[in-house]
Design a protein around this ligand. Structure first.
Ligand SMILES: NC(=O)C1=CN([C@@H]2O[C@H](COP(=O)(O)OP(=O)(O)OC[C@H]3O[C@@H](n4cnc5c(N)ncnc54)[C@H](OP(=O)(O)O)[C@@H]3O)[C@@H](O)[C@H]2O)C=CC1
Ligand SMILES: CC(=O)[C@@H](O)[C@H](O)COP(=O)(O)O
Ligand SMILES: [Mn+2]
Length: 379
């Protein structure tokens, strides 16, 4: 029986992880659950799956959980509670499914405690990839990708020698506005931006997908997960999201991973690796689909992706700043404070003003993150 802790259990990835756990009660049990303020759903999950401990971000939500849950389920609270939940208990794997760089301390705590990480929270790698990967190496823990593209690459690399890899290609749906020109992006609404063509996801990543920041974060995520240079990581628009990514080898062979757009497949693989178990998801029928289409990435149309590559190549705190400025800009767009195209403008300005610090420690990363947040809030 594999014991699992889910950070962000009430979100899109979190609820789908619990779906997988429910589908395989003989294989998986929950050790801990954490959420932000949604105490109602977390209580429901805790009563159903009976973890030993839960954590909520706000005091009010934690109070509600203490009142509703039996005494044997311990209720933790706040950032410190999250770190305790991730690093304590006896989970084999911690699924990092909360959103944003706030996931970093808990991810590091889980790694230090020797837990394997099923990593959805890509912002932690973008913010401090070198620290996360170095801690994982030192503690001998596996970082198993949940992100669909990285799960695809991970599967394609299975049994291959790294020196035989020529490069990887991450596929991108193109997001909510893929059929619009830049001019047509002026005045788009939050509602329009939130309607992703293929995936049902949390609000922040859905906006990231529309700006193509998501693919930028994924390029940086891939750099850390697979140890590749930025010249060897490409992005291709694939509107159907059936080919989740592919690897090209030196002999010109290309190995791709395909499947319907359903995150329960990569989530389950991150938990079952190296085994594969029956899945509660639909089968892919290429005959029914008939055709798959592709478009060259247009870096003038999707300038945020070009910016992400630039930050990645600079390295150090440049990616920390890119991520933090984006988190704030997306929150502001979702609140209706700024236009869609202002997200890109804020990222551009943050990058122009930032002087990257190299090989930053946690303190330097926290400073850069806070600096970028203040700047992005003021622009
Ligand atoms: N959704 C998807 O298909 C994919 C997502 N990812 C990545 O996975 C991560 C999660 O995305 P997604 O599931 O879409 O996001 P959601 O917004 O759906 O869920 C976010 C989760 O984080 C919790 N949370 C928010 N604030 C805090 C906090 N302060 N402390 C603890 N928990 C908190 C939320 O709790 P509450 O409900 O209480 O607010 C919720 O459980 C992101 O990094 C995203 O980029 C990667 C690939 C695909
Ligand atoms: C499901 C998943 O992994 C998302 O990160 C997805 O990639 C978003 O779709 P885009 O290809 O539009 O960014
Ligand atoms: Mn993805």
């Amino acid at each position: 029986m594999k014991k699992i802790t889910v950070l962000g259990s009430t979100g899109s990835i979190g609820t789908q992880t619990l779906d997988i756990v429910a589908h395989h009660p003989e294989r998986y049990a929950l050790d801990g659950l954490a959420a932000g303020a949604n105490s109602a759903l977390l209580i429901e999950q805790a009563l159903r799956f009976r973890p030993k401990r839960v954590c909520l971000a706000t005091e009010e939500a934690a109070r509600a959980a203490r009142a509703a849950l039996p005494q044997e389920i311990e209720v933790l609270q706040g950032e410190q509670g999250l770190v305790e939940l991730a690093g304590g208990g006896d989970a084999d794997t911690v699924v990092t499914a909360l959103v944003g760089s706030r996931g970093l301390p808990a991810t590091l705590a889980a790694i230090e405690a020797g837990r394997d990480i099923a990593l959805a929270n890509k912002e932690t790698l973008v913010t401090a990839g070198h620290l996360v990967m170095e801690a994982a190496r030192r503690r001998g823990v596996s970082i198993l990708p949940v992100d669909s593209e990285h799960s695809a690459i991970f599967q394609c690399l299975n049994g291959e020698r790294r020196e035989d890899v020529r490069g990887i290609m991450l596929t991108a749906s193109g997001g909510s506005f893929r059929d619009r020109t830049r001019d047509q992006l002026r005045g788009v609404t939050v509602q329009e931006a939130l309607s992703h063509p293929n995936w049902s996801m949390g609000a922040k990543i859905t906006i990231d997908s529309a700006t193509m920041v998501n693919k930028g974060l994924e390029v940086i995520e891939a750099r850390w997960l697979f140890g590749l240079g930025y010249d060897d990581i490409g992005v291709l628009i694939h509107p159907e999201s059936i080919i989740h990514s592919y690897v090209e080898f030196n002999d010109r062979s290309v190995i791709a991973q395909l499947g319907l757009p359903d995150m329960r497949v990569p989530i389950q693989y991150a938990l079952s690796h190296p085994e594969r178990h029956p899945s509660p998801t639909e089968r892919l029928s290429l005959a029914e689909l008939g055709k798959l289409t592709f478009r060259e990435m247009d870096f003038d149309r999707y300038r945020c992706l070009a910016l992400a590559y630039e930050c990645g190549r600079i390295g150090g705190t440049a990616t920390t700043v890119f991520n933090a400025a984006n988190e704030v800009a997306v929150e502001r767009f979702l609140r209706g404070e700024i236009e869609f195209l202002a997200i890109e403008a804020i990222l551009q300005q943050a990058m122009e003003k930032h002087v990257s610090a190299f090989d930053p420690d946690l303190g330097t990363i926290a400073e850069a993150d806070q600096w970028a947040r203040r700047l992005a809030a003021s622009l």
